[in-house]
Ligand binder design. Structure first.
Ligand code: GCO
Ligand code: MG
Length: 405
């Protein structure tokens, strides 16, 4: 007799930031863990799971990973969107975790085994001015990183995406019941950034990989101008130049510049990547393994991208939990067209609540060889940190109109 799912429970904890976790328990006593965190909308995913998904998981065969994905995606009629897909992603991760434990194998073995010894990772360095940014880059190089995302302040602006003024650790979600409002001026950013990044390149030398995130804020024309201006900096990638809801416009950017483009952390399905990949409008797919619906669809996206020489580079900020990071590293070790894994890091308490087999050393991540995803959640410790409302900021232009954050 095959095992059945006997319980599916949702844990919401805030050990430094809000994280939502799905726990699936089987009749033979195995437990699988999935990440269901959606920054600023955590409780919506928790409710989607608790109220609509957990009850129908009970009684199902945990071995049927693909069928359960299809059941939750096609079987619901209302499909896609970040809340739905983060919920499906949590189920998919938990079922892969269980399958690994049943087989006594780390998930990467079930995905075909390793194609590399370890996976390259990049982290963030931020500084309000170039001197502070160079200090931050030096500190990350000390930690072994060979690839660093660089974000700076902009003269004349009080706050800028991805940068803290006091040099402290960056966490975009501000605690409180309403989002913080930031002011944004694209013209000032475009005037300042190319010179600032040229200074960074001159200081760090040619070998360090530098990345930059424009966070959806430019028009196609501005993106093309910025891409051209940054060509001498030799970026590993320029991320999210436009909101990319209108994907056709990226052709104009591609025609104008050879800067490598990365897009996709807010996309939730293979279909949102289809045009970008098949028309080669981007170089790197930034899907988050949990937000895109799990390991099952991430593998499909990777396979489509491989055909078109597009590379996989999963999203890995502190707002996807160490469970999602585990899943991304398993995929990364086993996927030929995997390029790099973002590793922003976590507050210490997060590592205590989510004990993980994955390790960071010398600029690289490894998923470890524990069965499944290699995660143990300290539920008693998690329960000591209840949910606190926290939201990403919103951004307004100088004239007060709302713009993309
Ligand atoms: C990145 C991202 C994040 C997002 C965050 C929003 O490239 O890492 O842009 O830092 O801003 O995930 O919740
Ligand atoms: Mg990004």
């Amino acid at each position: 007799m095959s095992a059945t799912i006997v319980a599916a429970d949702v844990l919401v904890t805030s050990p430094g930031r809000n994280l939502v976790t799905l726990k699936i328990t089987t009749s033979d006593g195995l437990v699988g863990w999935g990440d269901a965190t959606l920054n600023g909308r955590e409780l919506a995913v928790a409710s989607y799971l608790r109220d609509h998904v957990c009850p129908i998981l009970v009684g199902r065969d945990p071995a049927m990973v693909e069928d359960t994905w299809q059941y939750l995606y096609r079987g619901v009629y209302w499909r896609r969107g970040p809340v739905t897909m983060a919920a499906i992603g949590a189920v998919d991760l938990a079922l892969w975790d269980i399958k690994g434990k049943v087989c006594g194998q780390p998930v990467y073995q079930l995905l075909g085994g390793r194609v590399r010894d370890r996976i390259l990772s990049y982290t963030h360095a931020t500084g309000w001015d170039v001197a502070a940014l160079l200090d931050a880059v030096a500190a990350q190089r000390e930690r072994g990183f060979r690839a660093v995302r660089v974000q700076t302040g902009v003269p004349g602006l009080e706050s800028v995406y991805g940068v803290t003024k006091d040099g402290g650790a960056y966490e975009p979600a501000g605690r409180g019941v309403a989002p913080v409002e930031e002011t944004w001026d694209t013209a000032a950013y475009l005037r300042y950034l190319p010179g600032a990044l040229a200074e960074v390149r001159a200081a760090v030398g040619p070998e360090l990989e530098l990345l930059h995130d424009a966070h959806h804020r430019l028009t196609p024309n501005q993106a093309a101008r910025l891409g051209k201006a940054l060509e001498p900096v030799d970026l590993f990638w320029l991320e999210d130049v436009t909101p990319a809801e209108n994907q056709d416009v990226l052709r104009r950017v591609r025609e104008q510049t050879t800067v490598p483009l990365a897009i996709g952390e807010v996309f939730t399905s293979v279909w949102e990547f289809q045009q970008l990949i098949t028309e080669q409008l981007i170089d790197f797919v930034r899907a988050a393994v949990s937000h895109v619906g799990g390991i099952t669809p991430l593998r499909r996206i990777a396979a489509l991208a491989e055909v078109w020489q597009v590379w996989l580079a999963p999203h890995g900020p502190s707002d996807v939990s160490p469970i999602a990071l585990a899943a991304a590293t398993h995929v990364g070790l086993a996927t030929p067209n995997f390029a790099i894994q973002e590793y922003m890091g976590y507050p210490d308490r997060v590592h205590e609540v989510f004990r993980h087999a994955w390790t960071y050393a010398d600029g690289h991540l490894h998923p470890g060889d524990a069965p499944g995803l290699g995660i143990e959640v300290d539920e008693a410790l998690a329960a000591r940190f209840p949910y606190e409302p926290a939201y990403l900021p919103v951004a307004r232009r100088l004239d007060g109109t709302l713009t993309d954050w």
